[in-house]
Design a protein around this ligand. Structure first.
Ligand code: SF4
Length: 313
């Protein structure tokens, strides 16, 4: 494979990982585009262009590519960072100090919920939201799931993970012999991120929205004190740990530490749903998620049957 084709393959891989991690747009330097579009003609690689559905959109102000020139490559990132370098893991934000007794916990949880439901810190989201999606489940749960943000169904019903992705999460929870009522489910953002009028789909939370909303999640975690947290998708990990970049495709399945609470990063159920459109109907991706869940079950000292161990093999 030529150097150009190798670079193209690496770029496609990087874009797919970024998309899996929730990125929808990437910055690109016009001079990079210019340099690439004036490259010499090269043999056509096996994959000349990433499929539109599997890559993040690229915003650029450069002129259209001339016919016959090689396909555009996005600027991956600063040249100071090698393509395959692992991303650093930042220290998680400090947890709030809660000076309450066990008996005071229900009232504190209810008060936190009331504060969140009345929150107007993100004026843009306040005008478009139908509900504040605080969280659902057992406030004394040993296992907590943290996702990204409410979608349209969640916004409508006021409960996290109730759409197609939520139904898949429910099946994952049930496969572990648990129920939604026995765990706690929340998002890093409590209000649905607004999208331009008439635009379908969801967008990931913006950094300022995440920062505004994070205190609610931190207080939830502090009150619930789960033994294990499952972070669903790269955006959830980034929100939880205050990171800017987390590569879920490379770093899922590896335990992280959130102030002493083990965190298992795994794919967001939406990613699994997208994988179902692939040739193996998402079986390989489901197996990876299930392997992460098996680790969680081991950590929680839950019994695991042979049948459970073999799911999606
Ligand atoms: S997203 Fe969070 S911080 Fe922003 S308005 Fe909603 S509850 Fe408040």
């Amino acid at each position: 494979m030529s150097a150009y084709a190798q670079l193209l393959e690496a770029a496609i891989r990087d874009l797919e990982e970024r998309k899996a991690a929730g990125e929808r747009f990437i910055a690109i330097a016009p001079e990079t585009l210019s340099a690439l579009t004036t490259s010499q003609s090269v043999p056509t690689p096996a994959r000349t262009q990433p499929a539109e559905s599997s890559t993040p959109a690229v915003r650029s102000t450069s002129t259209p590519r001339a016919s016959g020139s090689p396909p555009r490559l996005p600027a991956i990132r600063s040249t100071a960072t090698p393509l395959n370098a692992p991303r650093p893991v930042a220290a998680p934000p400090a947890l709030p100090l809660l000076n309450i007794t066990a008996a005071e916990k229900p009232a504190a949880f209810a008060a936190l919920r009331e504060r969140a439901l009345a929150c107007t810190k993100c004026p843009q989201l306040v005008t478009t939201r139908k509900s504040v999606v605080f969280g659902t489940g057992d406030p004394n749960a040993q296992l907590m799931f943290v996702g990204e943000a409410p979608g349209a169904d969640e916004d409508q019903q006021g409960e996290p993970f109730v759409g197609r992705a939520g139904q898949l999460l429910t099946r994952i929870i049930q496969a572990a012999n648990l129920s939604r009522e026995a765990v706690y489910i929340a998002n890093i953002l409590k209000c649905r991120p607004d999208t331009p009028l008439g635009t379908p789909g969801n967008r990931p939370p913006r950094p300022e929205e995440r920062a505004a909303c994070l205190p609610y999640l931190l207080e939830q975690i502090q009150l619930i004190q789960p033994r294990v947290i499952v972070a669903l998708g790269g955006t959830a990990v980034e929100g939880l740990f205050g990171q800017t970049e987390f590569r879920i495709t490379r770093q899922r399945g590896k335990w992280m530490d959130f102030h002493g609470t083990p965190v298992m990063p795994t794919f967001h159920p939406s990613y699994v749903l997208r994988a179902e459109e692939g040739p193996d109907k998402g079986r390989a991706t489901k197996r990876l998620v299930w392997e992460d869940m098996l680790q969680v079950m081991v950590r929680l000292e839950m019994p695991i049957s042979e049948k459970q161990r073999g799911f999606f093999k």
